[in-house]
Design a protein around this ligand. Structure first.
Ligand code: ZN
Length: 147
């Protein structure tokens, strides 16, 4: 799901104000970049983005934001609980706008995650947690390839 450049530049003033107060409530100063990223990611749509994909999307709109700024903002939003980081493997993680518990299909051909509702995965048996540990969550990533 791609956002058009117009959506970034012309977020309704009410949306911009709502995002700015959401950021302030989380202790983040509502800079122009943060508000633009919030308008893109925190509008209720479920998306998976990387710092690279989001930087490209923003720059395509004509707004200039450095990749490092986007990356830092994504991490700040994750710390604030607005996003969830999904680590697929060592070198690759995405930021998920759906913070409710769910699982993923992962297609390595295009580095794409597809949501799986939490209830669609049933685990019949889990190993014992290591000594002095409790299991606090299970995130399933099912690797898929095109037929
Ligand atoms: Zn997801």
């Amino acid at each position: 799901m791609n956002v058009t450049p117009q959506e970034i530049q012309s977020a309704p003033p009410a949306t911009v104000a709502a995002m700015a107060s959401k950021l302030r409530a989380a202790g983040l100063r509502p800079t122009r970049q943060r508000v633009a990223i919030a308008c893109l990611l925190l509008d209720g749509r479920h998306r998976h983005v990387t710092a690279e994909s989001l930087t490209a999307e923003i720059n395509a709109s004509g707004m200039r934001v450095a990749g490092g700024t986007v990356y830092n903002t994504l991490n700040q939003f994750t710390d604030a609980g607005f996003l969830r980081r999904v680590t697929v493997h060592n070198e690759f993680s995405l930021f998920d706008t759906n913070t409710a518990h769910h699982h993923h299909f992962y297609d390595a051909a295009d580095d794409r995650l597809i949501d799986i509702p939490s209830d669609d995965v049933v685990l019949s048996r889990l190993p014992q947690a290591p000594a002095d540990h409790n299991i606090t969550g299970v995130d399933v990533i099912i690797h898929v390839t095109k037929k």
